[in-house]
Design a protein around this ligand. Structure first.
Ligand SMILES: Cc1ncc(COP(=O)(O)O)c(C=O)c1O
Length: 468
């Protein structure tokens, strides 16, 4: 493909994407294919000779589209949102065109510099304490990671390095292996599975902290576990708090957990993968109170801030903790300024400038309002119950009755493919999660979703009564 054809195909692709997004609500949101459907539709080996662009594009329709779950559909209510916006799509295209990799400042100065400044902009939008901002001479700062899972792993490894150094200073005879074997990390029983996985990768023990009636970790519970572990000769070193848990969007009490972690020399990382975006609204910012006690904080603009995947924003109070833990100095990377940044920051820059803080706040508020509307409709129907407090854009609910009944309801919904939800377990019970996800989700979509759910429920309950 030469530049002339790229110009033509590029314009066609923009039309293809715009048509797709404009008409997405008429598609079945959840695909109707079986596992392994794709392998038989394409050759078992890559072509030896070049094929035409037309043939490739035809296969996008024939092979790919049938197996797509339409995350950008206004009927998509599963997981948490996967952000998408036209400014971010265009920035991604530019990023691909520039094709640079900013692994050091010299590798592409604008990559590093824009990332640092964008994370300062974003940090200020969230009203993060000054300590987290790089400014021109601060010790803290932000870095873009691919995912929240990576950020948690980075934080845990940096904390591990710091803990080993600290113990070694007071007890130089002790081997690194012995210290690591005694390290213990903590997180909520409601935390995302990536936290436990970070513990596995980091080769440290990890303990799950029980939550209160709001699914929040409280300091009292963590304090007891830390005391027990210390008495047994272990070294508590890391606590991952969650603001906006995956199952029910619950918030650990970081205002009381933070002082405990600080007093015990435990690194507190905050995972606010989904909820973090909402902190740009002054009315939701109190949910972040206590961040001043944290060593690191992370959330995903690629979830709820209109920035396409991948873009996970992570801040640390001391950049040296992170850089020091992973520093290697091969000669080909040697340069006075070793800080790095990939060009994911371009997406942030485009989105911040084209939506403005007011546009982004309006977008968050709309999702929260739609979730409240859904909650009100659930509460009005006595056959249903709300299972967790609705704080942001997620509603956890279920039909009063057995898990089997709710499982059957979800199975039927998924089979019909008009709306897409996923479940969670709360205190062992099977619960449905309704997340407001789409950039184009309107009141009518939420109302239609509820009508669909109630109709399916009526059929299910009638069938059950007839069988009894
Ligand atoms: C609280 C929380 N943490 C972490 C994650 C994982 O995010 P990522 O896919 O960016 O690793 C999720 C995903 O929903 C989440 O809800």
């Amino acid at each position: 493909m030469d530049a002339a054809e790229f110009r033509r195909r590029g314009k066609e692709m923009v039309d293809f994407v715009a048509d797709y997004l404009e008409n997405i609500e008429h598609r079945r949101v959840y695909p109707d294919v079986e596992p392994g459907y794709l392998r038989s539709m394409i050759p078992s080996e890559a072509p030896l000779e070049p094929e035409s662009y037309e043939d490739v594009l035809k296969d996008v329709d024939r092979v790919i589209m049938p197996g797509i779950t339409h995350w950008q559909s206004p009927h998509f209510h599963a997981y948490f949102p996967s952000a998408s916006s036209y400014p971010a799509l265009l920035a991604d295209m530019l990023c691909g065109g520039l094709g640079c990799i900013g692994f050091t400042w010299a590798a592409s100065p604008a990559c590093t510099e824009l990332e640092t400044v964008m994370l300062d902009w974003l940090g200020k939008m969230l009203q993060l304490p000054e300590d987290f901002l790089a400014g021109t001479k601060g010790q803290g700062g932000g870095v873009i990671q691919g995912t929240a899972s990576e950020a948690t792993l980075m934080a845990l490894l940096a904390a591990r390095c710091k803990a080993v150094k600290c113990v070694h200073e007071s007890d130089p005879q002790r081997s690194e292996a012995d210290i690591i074997s005694k390290l213990i990390a903590y997180t909520s029983e409601e935390a995302h599975s990536s936290v436990e996985r970070a513990g596995l990768i980091g080769g440290v023990g990890i303990r799950m902290v029980a939550t209160d009636e709001h699914f929040s970790v409280r300091a009292e519970t963590l304090e007891k576990m830390v005391a027990e572990d210390k008495a047994a000769g272990f070294i508590p070193f890391f606590f991952c708090a969650t603001l906006g848990t995956t199952p029910s969007c619950a918030f650990d009490k970081i205002t009381e957990l933070g002082p405990l972690c600080n007093a015990e020399n435990i690194w507190m990382h905050i995972d606010a993968a989904y909820a973090g975006s909402s902190f740009i609204c002054p009315e939701f910012r109190p949910l972040l109170d206590g961040v001043e006690f944290a060593d690191s904080f992370n959330f995903n603009p690629h979830k709820w801030l209109l920035v396409n995947f991948d873009c996970s924003a992570m801040w640390v109070k001391k950049r040296t903790d992170l850089i020091g833990a992973f520093k290697l100095d091969p000669v080909y990377l040697k340069y006075d300024n070793q800080e790095s940044g990939m060009f994911r920051s371009l997406k942030l820059w485009f989105v911040f400038r084209m939506y403005g803080q007011s546009g982004l706040q309006a977008y968050i508020r709309k999702h929260v309002e739609l979730a409240k509307v859904f909650e009100t409709m659930v509460k009005k129907d006595k056959r249903f119950e709300i299972c967790a407090e609705v704080v942001l854009g997620l509603v956890c609910f279920r039909l009063k009755g057995s898990d089997e009944l709710n499982e059957a309801l979800l199975k039927e919904m998924t089979h019909l493919g008009r709306i897409h939800l996923v479940p969670c377990k709360l205190r062992g019970r099977f619960v449905l999660r309704f997340a407001v996800c789409g950039r184009t989700t309107e009141l009518r979509h939420v109302q239609e979703a509820w009508t669909h759910i109630t109709e399916l429920s009526s059929e299910l309950l009638l069938k059950k009564r007839n069988e009894a």
